[in-house]
Design a protein around this ligand. Sequence first.
Ligand SMILES: Cc1ncc(COP(=O)(O)O)c(C=O)c1O
Length: 389
Amino acid sequence: MTVPMPVPMLDLKRQYAPIHNELLDALSRVLVTQQFILGGEVAAFEKAAAEQLGVSRAFGCSSGTDALWLALAAAGVGSGQAVVTTPFSFFASASSILRAGATPVLADIDPVSFNLSPAAVSAVLDGPRGAEVRAILPVHLYGQCIDWPSFSQIAHERGLTIVEDAAQAWGAEWNGVKAGGLGDIAAFSFYPTKNLSAAGDAGMVTTNSAELAERVTMLRQHGMRRRYYHDELGWNARMDGFQGAVLAVKLKYIGAWNEARRALAARYHALFAKAGLAEAGTCPVQGPVHGIVLPRELPGARHVWHQYVIRAPRRDALREFLAARGIGSEIYYPLPLHQQEALKGLGYAAGDFPEAERAAGEVLALPIFPELREDEQQTVVAAIAEFFS
Ligand SMILES: Cc1ncc(COP(=O)(O)O)c(C=O)c1O
């Protein structure tokens, strides 16, 4: 038996090698200036980031989680209010709402995009909890923007604030407008596995509103407008100089890296089709899938393929089969938020969000990162074909 070639889920060393010298130069500038918190490197990154996203202001933060909290707090979300979000996301999408003193109210996802369903959000807003809702916190999951025209209409008609969770979507667009500039305010994460990644924890808040920008500036520094005079209960949510320096270097390459991800996704599609394994984007409206379902880019969206996530029958057995061959994969996310122990207090139960629960049992993220090679993709698809043969 030939030993199959291992394929990593993510190999950041391949990203690092060609930019090693640039990164060292950038890091040494921080050492020379000794500006370890915010400072010139962070300010330069913020300026370049805002330009790239087409937003008026961008603020470097300590993490994506802190960025979400800051965005909510700046938007005035707090106690006695509710925020609608998705049950199918990373924990921070909901925990940041609780941290801001408000209550997450969940709505189910769209089974094709995995993003918050506008129809489900409208139903929640028309329901008994609708009156408490102050904001919507949609997540651009896996690198694809939410159905922006629908959300924009909902927010406009009902006077709600939109706080984008753009943690997985640097560079993603809806009709040419980049994530981070769609809603009132947005949060990004630069956690090392993200498509734009720091060398540690880091995040960013973006907005086009001068008023919200002023509040973020104040809240990010313990609620101070004047040094040691605290107007509101803010927090320490500042970005490190080293992270700003690293991110400013990577910002120059993220456009090309996202293009590479798009090419990889197109190749996965072609390889799966060639293997006779899937018709792209066919997802049954209800019930378990019978064949692999490939992810789909919605009309209007420019997906950056932060993750390439298929639905698969016998998903857990498939994942074990791949692992035995050294092929990485991941489940984002195995348990919806309404079923998490820590969020029991929200009062939801299994069965409340059937599409999120179905997705949790079927999704499998396959290796995708800009430096992934064609032979590695072929290995992944061949192993999946073998499993289903
Ligand atoms: C959708 C989503 N929201 C929020 C976060 C939180 O970001 P961080 O890990 O930088 O705090 C993440 C990433 O971990 C995420 O994927």
